[in-house]
Design a protein around this ligand. Sequence first.
Ligand SMILES: *Cc1c(COP(=O)(O)O)cnc(C)c1O
Length: 489
Amino acid sequence: MVMPRNSVPRDARIGTDPFRPLHAGPPLSSSESDLVGFASPEGFDPVLRAFLHQAADLLCDWIGHASERMPLPPVRRQPDIAPSLHGAGMQGLLSDLQLVMEGAYQPSHPGALAHLDPPPLTASIAAELVCAGLNNNLLAEELSPGLTQLEQQLCRWFAARLGLPATAGGVLASGGTLSNLMALVVGREQIDPSSRQQGVVVCSRDAHVSLLKSVRILGLGDQALLQLPVDADGCLCVEALEAALRRLEDEGRPCLAVVATAGTTVRGAIDPLKAVASLCRRYGVWMHVDAAIGGVFALVPSLAGPLEGIAAADSLTLNPQKLLGITKASSLLLLRHGSLLKQAFSTGLPYMDQPSGDHHGGEVGLQGTRPAEVLKLWLGLRQLGERGIESILRNALDRCDRLCRNLDDERLLLYRGSLHLVAFRPLALSGEARTQWSIDTRQRLFEHHFMLSRPLYDRGPCLKAVLGNPHTTVAHLDHLADLINASVI
Ligand SMILES: *Cc1c(COP(=O)(O)O)cnc(C)c1O
């Protein structure tokens, strides 16, 4: 191993144990005590290295023992919350971290199938660590020169892969809720300012709750979200959409946006994007596609079929955190005309010089200071490669097919779309009996180390499995199907 020159042995400055609490030993000058938690800028810092190595060992151990434990810890101890008077040394901090790990949800357990929260990719974990070390700020180009450019370029790469035109651009956001909100803000900018307060957002009944939050934040009120029926497959009814758009036009109420969902949260249904696009064009309405779940499938031509029409979107949300293993948070908002983001959000940012590139990262969205979330997305995709991306998606679909094939469809009603998730409930039960089944079955599955979720759908609770966990084997799936089938005998 090569040790960098000018390595300053930390111990020489602050005693033999660099991690001892500040009150021990001879008094420190204030400048030294200020330095205790910071790595030396004058050479390779062995303290930083020791801390990172030991924290990394704890993490590797936590992930490496995932399958022996449970998706959710049976008991949880909380570490002390408040900082102690003199601060803690490394061993104390590591044991704090250990406690937090022991009480955490474990996405790498093969039975963790409840939500769209898969295990993290190794490159994504490493990139997140480096991101913290760089501590750059996507607010402004001068605080993140290379990373600002990386974000802009990666957004353009995504846009091109999804078939958006060369005018497209985008921005990363800390979650799909923010991406959806920003899309609706841009959509609102496109309508006559005098009628914005009457604006309506149209989506299906199965659309994500973030749209309800968005209309509230936009000051429009809950009734501004017009939720239309879905068909038997969970897809937005095109006839209902057409009728709604006609009625809004007759009433002179502006539609800020039609939101088509590409991958609904409970069953992974994809709204008919082509038909929605042609109605949006006919009525001159902004088309947002909430592809938080399904968008990644459009990256792979052989899997993109159900997403046909996605390239007609004016704006589009896509969450790589939900399936590809990019660590949280990782969401993108893409726009057909990227410059509209700046029009909607820029303030001139008077504390900063003009950027040399397209824009400051804080001028094209809601967030100001934000981390370089692009790093873990970019490095994760680089690690996977085209083949890796395709195999994650294909295997998730295959696992879902396998589970569904084995479920007893004489006794269970399955709610599926064309993605890797499925919700289900007993055909014969309703009301209280259905609720009790969902509680008891979820508990019984927990006892067998499977974690499913219990969403409300179609007038009552269901159970839902998301098959995005690459550690789930055929044997796990078959065991899971047996347990579920046994719950309805
Ligand atoms: C998860 C989800 C979102 C919101 O994403 P967050 O990252 O949780 O904010 C939006 N739309 C759909 C369809 C989703 O499933």
